[in-house]
Design a protein. Structure first.
Length: 132
């Protein structure tokens, strides 16, 4: 896989650091699953997705640069790394929804949509949960 040098920096991570990234994703997913507020559920589900991507990048020996477009690059990478076009499609939809929420005044999430996002991210997390 090619890594865009504008977004990715080669860096080695030890097992403890990798576990911290994974635990952070799990913590965000658990907050999403335990909340009643749609905005909170969405925010933490999206952050879990991004943190799963950061974990996978770190495991491959890369760190993402914090610059405009980096969430999109994380989602693209995660889709390729886990061989799932659904991650690219659904993850990008979530990214766009999140941007609307941040930059516009009144984003409303449907209960069904939020539930589907959380279930989808749970399946992604399950793929990396037991990795060492």
């Amino acid at each position: 896989m090619k890594y865009d040098k504008n977004f990715f920096i080669k860096q080695q991570f030890d097992q403890e650091e990798l576990e911290k990234y994974k635990k952070s994703a799990e913590r965000n997913l658990n907050i999403a699953k335990s909340s009643e507020e749609p905005e909170v559920i969405f925010h933490f589900a999206y952050m879990a997705l991004i943190k799963i991507g950061i974990y996978c990048l770190a495991k491959a020996g890369y760190r993402i640069k914090g610059k405009p477009g980096h969430h999109q690059k994380i989602i693209e990478y995660l889709s390729k790394a886990l061989n799932s076009e659904d991650i690219a499609i659904i993850g990008d939809k979530m990214r766009k929804d999140r941007n609307l929420d941040v930059y516009s005044a009144d984003t409303v999430y449907s209960t069904r949509e939020i539930k589907e996002y959380v279930e989808f991210i749970e399946t992604i997390y399950e793929k990396i949960r037991d990795e060492r």
